[in-house]
Design a binder for this molecule. Structure first.
Ligand code: IMP
Ligand code: MG
Length: 176
């Protein structure tokens, strides 16, 4: 079987959307401190671009690594923090930056966990959203693209840890 990746969202379309997301965030937080939390590893690419699309806030970057355990193919509601952020977020404006929201399980647990730390505000920004796959409801304040239930790679997203470096988003298929 050969893995074939076909372009689905171009790098120009991504850049335009990320600029819009940055402008929306600027409108909401202009002049304030803003703490972005990147959920590794997939979100590292959108984190780097979104942070630079925010022009009117003092942006702080944080990185967190979580794993969901339970079944091997689907994310579960159990998450383990592999690496936590190294600063308290109490009374701070926080945005969790995600590459994609699928079932929403990981994110809804993560959001509750961070909410318990008492931030001033806590919102979610994601480049991609697959609403048809949602199992756990989670509010998404800044969304790039809503996409159908298909597996995508590139711009941070992987298949078996590959393709994260593509500068576009592609659909992957398996052919003879
Ligand atoms: P969930 O929302 O808890 O189900 O998990 C979302 C995570 O699943 C994302 O952060 C990705 O790591 C992964 N994921 C979901 N859909 C895709 C996809 O289409 N391509 C690559 N990774 C995906
Ligand atoms: Mg992720």
């Amino acid at each position: 079987m050969k893995e074939v990746v076909r372009e689905f969202i171009s790098k120009e379309q991504i850049a335009e959307k990320v600029a819009e997301m940055g402008a929306a965030i600027d409108r909401d937080y202009e002049g304030q401190d803003l703490h972005l939390i990147c959920v590794l590893k997939g979100s590292v690419v959108i984190m780097a671009d979104l942070a630079r699309a925010i022009k009117k806030c003092n942006v702080f970057m944080h990185f967190m690594d979580v794993s969901s355990y339970g079944s091997s193919t689907e994310s579960s509601g159990n998450i383990k923090i592999l690496m936590d952020i190294d600063e308290p977020i109490k009374d701070k404006n926080v945005i969790i930056v995600e590459d994609i929201i699928d079932s929403g399980r990981t994110l809804s647990v993560l959001k509750d966990m961070l909410q318990a730390r008492g931030p001033k505000s806590l919102k979610i920004a994601t480049l991609l959203n697959k609403p048809d796959r949602r199992v756990s409801e989670v509010d998404v304040e800044y969304q790039g693209f809503s996409i159908p239930d298909e597996f995508v790679v590139g711009y941070g997203l992987d298949y078996a840890q590959k393709y994260r470096n593509l500068d576009y988003i592609g659909k992957i298929s398996f052919e003879e």
